[in-house]
Design a binder for this molecule. Sequence first.
Ligand code: SF4
Length: 346
Amino acid sequence: MIDKAQRGIRGALFLASYRLGQTRVRHPPLVLNVEPTNRCNLRCPICPVSQQEQRPWVKRGFMSMELAEAVAKEVAAFRPLVAVNMGGESTLHPRLAEMIICFHRVGCYVFLDTNATRLTPALSEALVNSGLDEIALCLDGDGSADSYEAIRVRARFDSTVNGIRTFLDTRRRLGSDRPRTIVKNIQYFRSDGGLRFPVALKRLFEDHPPDGYRATYADYWPGKHVDGLKTPYEIQPYASGAYRACTNLWKKLAISWDGKVYACCLDLDRTTYVGDVTIDGVMGVWNSPRMQELRLIHRQGRQAELALCSRCTMIQRPPQGRLAGLLKWRAERFTPFRDETTHERS
Ligand code: SF4
Protein backbone atom coordinates (compact mmCIF):
# COMPACT_ATOMS: atom_id res chain seq x y z
CA MET A 1 0.00 0.00 0.00
CA ILE A 2 1.32 3.47 -0.67
CA ASP A 3 2.47 5.40 2.39
CA LYS A 4 1.36 8.82 3.62
CA ALA A 5 4.11 10.71 1.80
CA GLN A 6 3.35 9.01 -1.51
CA ARG A 7 -0.35 9.73 -1.00
CA GLY A 8 0.50 13.37 -0.38
CA ILE A 9 2.57 13.63 -3.57
CA ARG A 10 -0.14 11.90 -5.57
CA GLY A 11 -2.76 14.22 -4.11
CA ALA A 12 -0.64 17.27 -4.94
CA LEU A 13 -0.17 16.14 -8.54
CA PHE A 14 -3.90 15.57 -8.87
CA LEU A 15 -4.62 18.98 -7.37
CA ALA A 16 -2.19 20.71 -9.69
CA SER A 17 -3.48 19.07 -12.83
CA TYR A 18 -7.13 19.59 -11.84
CA ARG A 19 -6.59 23.23 -11.00
CA LEU A 20 -4.59 23.83 -14.16
CA GLY A 21 -7.23 22.00 -16.17
CA GLN A 22 -4.67 19.78 -17.86
CA THR A 23 -6.26 17.46 -20.35
CA ARG A 24 -3.33 15.07 -20.65
CA VAL A 25 -2.30 14.21 -17.11
CA ARG A 26 0.98 12.84 -15.82
CA HIS A 27 -0.27 11.23 -12.64
CA PRO A 28 -1.98 7.83 -12.72
CA PRO A 29 -5.58 7.46 -11.51
CA LEU A 30 -5.85 7.68 -7.73
CA VAL A 31 -8.90 5.44 -7.66
CA LEU A 32 -10.01 2.58 -9.88
CA ASN A 33 -13.43 1.04 -9.98
CA VAL A 34 -13.11 -2.55 -11.10
CA GLU A 35 -16.50 -4.07 -11.82
CA PRO A 36 -16.76 -7.80 -11.08
CA THR A 37 -20.26 -7.75 -12.57
CA ASN A 38 -23.05 -5.39 -13.58
CA ARG A 39 -25.72 -7.94 -12.72
CA CYS A 40 -27.72 -7.45 -9.55
CA ASN A 41 -30.05 -9.58 -7.47
CA LEU A 42 -32.10 -6.53 -6.40
CA ARG A 43 -34.18 -3.92 -8.22
CA CYS A 44 -33.75 -0.81 -6.09
CA PRO A 45 -35.56 2.23 -7.51
CA ILE A 46 -32.64 4.41 -6.40
CA CYS A 47 -30.41 2.69 -8.98
CA PRO A 48 -30.70 2.59 -12.80
CA VAL A 49 -29.95 -1.15 -12.80
CA SER A 50 -33.58 -1.56 -11.68
CA GLN A 51 -34.56 -0.23 -15.13
CA GLN A 52 -32.38 -2.68 -17.01
CA GLU A 53 -35.23 -3.96 -19.21
CA GLN A 54 -35.32 -0.46 -20.76
CA ARG A 55 -31.58 -0.60 -21.45
CA PRO A 56 -31.09 -3.54 -23.81
CA TRP A 57 -27.85 -2.02 -25.16
CA VAL A 58 -26.12 -2.51 -21.79
CA LYS A 59 -24.37 -5.88 -21.98
CA ARG A 60 -24.31 -7.70 -18.66
CA GLY A 61 -21.71 -10.18 -17.52
CA PHE A 62 -18.86 -11.09 -15.19
CA MET A 63 -15.23 -10.00 -15.32
CA SER A 64 -12.78 -12.78 -16.12
CA MET A 65 -9.95 -13.49 -13.71
CA GLU A 66 -7.53 -13.01 -16.61
CA LEU A 67 -8.70 -9.43 -17.03
CA ALA A 68 -8.59 -8.71 -13.29
CA GLU A 69 -5.07 -10.12 -13.12
CA ALA A 70 -3.92 -8.09 -16.13
CA VAL A 71 -5.27 -4.88 -14.58
CA ALA A 72 -3.66 -5.72 -11.20
CA LYS A 73 -0.35 -6.36 -12.92
CA GLU A 74 -0.43 -3.00 -14.68
CA VAL A 75 -1.47 -0.96 -11.64
CA ALA A 76 1.09 -2.62 -9.33
CA ALA A 77 3.43 0.19 -10.35
CA PHE A 78 1.23 2.91 -8.84
CA ARG A 79 -1.15 1.06 -6.48
CA PRO A 80 -4.38 3.05 -6.64
CA LEU A 81 -7.27 2.56 -4.27
CA VAL A 82 -9.39 -0.14 -5.91
CA ALA A 83 -13.15 -0.26 -5.38
CA VAL A 84 -14.32 -3.69 -6.49
CA ASN A 85 -17.81 -2.57 -7.33
CA MET A 86 -19.66 -0.42 -9.81
CA GLY A 87 -22.92 -1.21 -11.60
CA GLY A 88 -24.00 -4.47 -9.98
CA GLU A 89 -23.73 -6.62 -6.88
CA SER A 90 -20.15 -7.81 -6.67
CA THR A 91 -20.88 -10.74 -4.36
CA LEU A 92 -22.64 -12.45 -7.29
CA HIS A 93 -19.20 -13.01 -8.81
CA PRO A 94 -18.13 -16.53 -7.84
CA ARG A 95 -14.45 -15.50 -7.69
CA LEU A 96 -14.80 -12.15 -5.94
CA ALA A 97 -12.46 -13.07 -3.07
CA GLU A 98 -9.75 -14.18 -5.54
CA MET A 99 -10.16 -10.90 -7.38
CA ILE A 100 -9.64 -8.98 -4.13
CA ILE A 101 -6.57 -11.09 -3.34
CA CYS A 102 -5.05 -10.23 -6.69
CA PHE A 103 -5.31 -6.46 -6.06
CA HIS A 104 -4.31 -6.78 -2.41
CA ARG A 105 -1.24 -8.79 -3.38
CA VAL A 106 0.13 -5.94 -5.51
CA GLY A 107 -0.31 -3.45 -2.68
CA CYS A 108 -3.61 -1.73 -3.49
CA TYR A 109 -6.01 -0.60 -0.79
CA VAL A 110 -9.15 -2.58 -1.68
CA PHE A 111 -12.66 -1.43 -0.89
CA LEU A 112 -16.03 -3.15 -1.43
CA ASP A 113 -19.53 -1.68 -1.28
CA THR A 114 -22.22 -4.36 -1.17
CA ASN A 115 -25.97 -4.60 -0.68
CA ALA A 116 -25.13 -7.13 2.07
CA THR A 117 -27.86 -9.57 1.03
CA ARG A 118 -25.55 -12.51 0.36
CA LEU A 119 -23.28 -12.61 3.40
CA THR A 120 -23.18 -16.30 4.26
CA PRO A 121 -20.59 -17.57 6.78
CA ALA A 122 -18.50 -18.97 3.90
CA LEU A 123 -18.49 -15.75 1.89
CA SER A 124 -17.85 -13.66 5.00
CA GLU A 125 -14.85 -15.80 5.87
CA ALA A 126 -13.51 -15.62 2.32
CA LEU A 127 -13.82 -11.82 2.32
CA VAL A 128 -12.15 -11.39 5.71
CA ASN A 129 -9.29 -13.68 4.62
CA SER A 130 -8.89 -12.02 1.22
CA GLY A 131 -7.01 -8.97 2.52
CA LEU A 132 -9.94 -6.65 1.83
CA ASP A 133 -9.18 -3.34 3.54
CA GLU A 134 -12.62 -1.80 3.85
CA ILE A 135 -16.23 -2.83 3.32
CA ALA A 136 -19.49 -0.89 3.30
CA LEU A 137 -22.57 -2.96 4.11
CA CYS A 138 -25.82 -1.29 3.07
CA LEU A 139 -28.80 -1.20 5.39
CA ASP A 140 -31.13 1.44 4.06
CA GLY A 141 -34.34 3.25 4.92
CA ASP A 142 -35.54 5.21 7.91
CA GLY A 143 -35.08 2.38 10.43
CA SER A 144 -38.17 0.29 9.68
CA ALA A 145 -38.27 -3.00 7.78
CA ASP A 146 -40.91 -1.58 5.42
CA SER A 147 -38.81 1.40 4.42
CA TYR A 148 -35.81 -0.90 3.87
CA GLU A 149 -37.78 -3.22 1.61
CA ALA A 150 -39.22 -0.25 -0.33
CA ILE A 151 -35.69 0.93 -1.20
CA ARG A 152 -34.08 -2.52 -1.53
CA VAL A 153 -36.69 -4.21 -3.68
CA ARG A 154 -36.40 -8.05 -3.56
CA ALA A 155 -34.37 -7.97 -0.33
CA ARG A 156 -35.69 -8.95 3.10
CA PHE A 157 -34.82 -6.79 6.08
CA ASP A 158 -34.31 -9.63 8.60
CA SER A 159 -32.16 -11.59 6.23
CA THR A 160 -29.87 -8.61 5.51
CA VAL A 161 -29.53 -7.82 9.21
CA ASN A 162 -28.57 -11.47 9.81
CA GLY A 163 -26.03 -11.28 7.00
CA ILE A 164 -24.38 -8.19 8.49
CA ARG A 165 -24.29 -9.83 11.91
CA THR A 166 -22.79 -12.94 10.34
CA PHE A 167 -20.06 -10.84 8.76
CA LEU A 168 -19.27 -9.02 12.02
CA ASP A 169 -19.27 -12.34 13.93
CA THR A 170 -16.95 -13.91 11.39
CA ARG A 171 -14.46 -11.06 11.55
CA ARG A 172 -14.43 -11.28 15.33
CA ARG A 173 -14.11 -15.07 15.34
CA LEU A 174 -11.13 -14.82 13.01
CA GLY A 175 -9.56 -12.22 15.31
CA SER A 176 -9.15 -9.73 12.49
CA ASP A 177 -9.53 -5.97 12.53
CA ARG A 178 -9.76 -6.02 8.73
CA PRO A 179 -11.66 -5.13 6.70
CA ARG A 180 -12.65 -1.85 8.31
CA THR A 181 -16.42 -2.31 8.37
CA ILE A 182 -18.95 0.43 7.86
CA VAL A 183 -22.70 -0.04 7.92
CA LYS A 184 -24.08 2.40 5.39
CA ASN A 185 -27.59 3.77 5.31
CA ILE A 186 -29.18 5.41 2.28
CA GLN A 187 -32.38 7.26 3.04
CA TYR A 188 -34.71 9.49 1.11
CA PHE A 189 -34.19 13.20 1.63
CA ARG A 190 -36.52 14.88 4.08
CA SER A 191 -36.41 18.61 4.37
CA ASP A 192 -37.57 18.47 8.00
CA GLY A 193 -34.66 16.59 9.52
CA GLY A 194 -30.88 16.40 9.67
CA LEU A 195 -28.99 13.53 8.13
CA ARG A 196 -28.42 10.85 10.79
CA PHE A 197 -27.91 7.12 10.87
CA PRO A 198 -31.23 5.72 12.20
CA VAL A 199 -30.93 4.87 15.90
CA ALA A 200 -33.26 1.86 15.48
CA LEU A 201 -30.76 0.29 13.08
CA LYS A 202 -27.77 0.96 15.32
CA ARG A 203 -29.48 -0.91 18.15
CA LEU A 204 -29.37 -4.07 16.06
CA PHE A 205 -25.57 -4.14 16.34
CA GLU A 206 -25.15 -2.91 19.90
CA ASP A 207 -23.58 -6.16 21.12
CA HIS A 208 -20.66 -5.86 18.71
CA PRO A 209 -20.85 -2.84 16.49
CA PRO A 210 -19.03 -2.19 13.21
CA ASP A 211 -16.20 0.35 12.99
CA GLY A 212 -18.52 3.06 11.86
CA TYR A 213 -21.85 4.14 10.48
CA ARG A 214 -22.48 6.28 7.44
CA ALA A 215 -25.73 7.95 6.50
CA THR A 216 -26.38 9.47 3.09
CA TYR A 217 -29.29 10.57 0.93
CA ALA A 218 -30.60 8.86 -2.18
CA ASP A 219 -29.76 10.96 -5.21
CA TYR A 220 -30.56 10.62 -8.90
CA TRP A 221 -27.97 9.02 -11.12
CA PRO A 222 -26.89 11.08 -14.11
CA GLY A 223 -28.57 10.30 -17.43
CA LYS A 224 -32.07 8.91 -17.75
CA HIS A 225 -32.55 7.41 -14.29
CA VAL A 226 -35.09 9.95 -13.12
CA ASP A 227 -37.11 9.62 -16.37
CA GLY A 228 -37.62 5.91 -15.79
CA LEU A 229 -38.97 6.21 -12.25
CA LYS A 230 -42.64 5.45 -11.67
CA THR A 231 -42.53 7.60 -8.57
CA PRO A 232 -39.76 10.20 -8.54
CA TYR A 233 -38.58 10.92 -5.03
CA GLU A 234 -37.40 14.10 -3.41
CA ILE A 235 -33.66 14.73 -3.42
CA GLN A 236 -31.63 17.30 -1.58
CA PRO A 237 -31.86 20.55 -3.56
CA TYR A 238 -28.82 21.71 -5.48
CA ALA A 239 -27.89 24.70 -7.60
CA SER A 240 -29.22 23.65 -10.98
CA GLY A 241 -26.82 24.53 -13.78
CA ALA A 242 -24.06 25.72 -11.43
CA TYR A 243 -21.54 23.24 -12.75
CA ARG A 244 -18.02 22.67 -11.53
CA ALA A 245 -15.43 20.69 -13.39
CA CYS A 246 -15.80 17.09 -12.27
CA THR A 247 -12.90 15.85 -10.17
CA ASN A 248 -13.63 12.27 -11.23
CA LEU A 249 -12.14 12.93 -14.63
CA TRP A 250 -8.78 13.77 -13.04
CA LYS A 251 -8.95 11.21 -10.26
CA LYS A 252 -10.83 8.04 -11.12
CA LEU A 253 -11.11 5.44 -13.84
CA ALA A 254 -14.03 3.04 -13.97
CA ILE A 255 -13.36 -0.32 -15.63
CA SER A 256 -16.44 -2.32 -16.62
CA TRP A 257 -16.59 -6.11 -16.35
CA ASP A 258 -15.66 -6.47 -20.05
CA GLY A 259 -12.73 -4.05 -19.92
CA LYS A 260 -14.57 -1.16 -21.52
CA VAL A 261 -14.29 2.19 -19.80
CA TYR A 262 -16.95 4.89 -19.73
CA ALA A 263 -16.77 8.45 -18.41
CA CYS A 264 -17.14 7.53 -14.76
CA CYS A 265 -18.46 5.02 -12.25
CA LEU A 266 -21.92 6.61 -12.51
CA ASP A 267 -22.30 5.95 -16.23
CA LEU A 268 -24.16 2.70 -15.64
CA ASP A 269 -26.12 3.19 -18.88
CA ARG A 270 -22.81 3.04 -20.78
CA THR A 271 -23.39 6.23 -22.73
CA THR A 272 -19.96 7.87 -22.83
CA TYR A 273 -17.30 5.43 -23.96
CA VAL A 274 -13.69 6.50 -23.46
CA GLY A 275 -11.67 3.35 -24.18
CA ASP A 276 -10.95 -0.30 -23.53
CA VAL A 277 -8.25 -1.52 -21.16
CA THR A 278 -8.01 -4.84 -23.03
CA ILE A 279 -6.73 -2.83 -26.03
CA ASP A 280 -4.91 0.18 -24.59
CA GLY A 281 -4.24 -0.76 -20.97
CA VAL A 282 -5.19 1.34 -17.96
CA MET A 283 -2.78 4.21 -18.64
CA GLY A 284 -3.66 4.26 -22.35
CA VAL A 285 -7.33 4.81 -21.54
CA TRP A 286 -6.55 7.30 -18.76
CA ASN A 287 -5.17 9.68 -21.39
CA SER A 288 -7.23 8.47 -24.37
CA PRO A 289 -8.37 11.15 -26.84
CA ARG A 290 -11.96 10.93 -25.57
CA MET A 291 -10.89 11.19 -21.92
CA GLN A 292 -8.84 14.28 -22.78
CA GLU A 293 -11.80 15.72 -24.65
CA LEU A 294 -14.09 15.22 -21.63
CA ARG A 295 -11.56 17.00 -19.40
CA LEU A 296 -11.40 19.87 -21.88
CA ILE A 297 -15.19 20.21 -22.02
CA HIS A 298 -15.34 20.34 -18.23
CA ARG A 299 -12.45 22.76 -18.00
CA GLN A 300 -14.26 25.07 -20.38
CA GLY A 301 -17.51 24.83 -18.41
CA ARG A 302 -19.37 23.18 -21.30
CA GLN A 303 -20.79 20.24 -19.28
CA ALA A 304 -24.27 21.05 -20.57
CA GLU A 305 -23.11 19.73 -23.97
CA LEU A 306 -22.65 16.25 -22.51
CA ALA A 307 -25.90 14.29 -22.22
CA LEU A 308 -24.47 12.39 -19.25
CA CYS A 309 -22.85 15.17 -17.23
CA SER A 310 -25.56 17.75 -17.93
CA ARG A 311 -27.87 15.76 -15.66
CA CYS A 312 -25.36 14.95 -12.96
CA THR A 313 -26.29 16.28 -9.54
CA MET A 314 -22.77 15.56 -8.32
CA ILE A 315 -21.08 18.50 -9.95
CA GLN A 316 -23.79 20.91 -8.97
CA ARG A 317 -23.53 20.43 -5.23
CA PRO A 318 -21.31 22.54 -3.00
CA PRO A 319 -18.07 20.90 -1.87
CA GLN A 320 -18.32 18.53 1.08
CA GLY A 321 -15.82 17.78 3.79
CA ARG A 322 -14.28 19.63 6.71
CA LEU A 323 -11.77 21.59 4.65
CA ALA A 324 -13.98 22.07 1.66
CA GLY A 325 -14.57 25.75 2.29
CA LEU A 326 -10.86 26.45 2.59
CA LEU A 327 -9.51 24.04 0.07
CA LYS A 328 -11.99 23.92 -2.72
CA TRP A 329 -9.77 21.51 -4.61
CA ARG A 330 -10.81 18.77 -2.21
CA ALA A 331 -14.00 19.11 -4.10
CA GLU A 332 -15.83 16.12 -2.72
CA ARG A 333 -18.91 17.31 -4.52
CA PHE A 334 -20.89 14.18 -4.05
CA THR A 335 -24.09 13.46 -2.27
CA PRO A 336 -23.78 14.67 1.32
CA PHE A 337 -23.00 12.03 3.90
CA ARG A 338 -22.45 11.87 7.63
CA ASP A 339 -19.95 9.49 9.27
CA GLU A 340 -19.96 8.32 12.86
CA THR A 341 -17.10 6.29 14.24
CA THR A 342 -17.85 3.55 16.70
CA HIS A 343 -15.43 3.55 19.58
CA GLU A 344 -16.29 0.13 20.88
CA ARG A 345 -14.73 -2.36 18.47
CA SER A 346 -16.26 -5.70 17.71
S1 SF4 B 1 -20.05 15.06 -14.07
FE1 SF4 B 1 -21.10 13.32 -13.14
S2 SF4 B 1 -21.59 11.99 -14.86
FE2 SF4 B 1 -20.02 13.45 -15.60
S3 SF4 B 1 -18.08 12.41 -15.24
FE3 SF4 B 1 -18.49 13.61 -13.41
S4 SF4 B 1 -19.57 12.24 -11.97
FE4 SF4 B 1 -19.64 11.33 -14.02
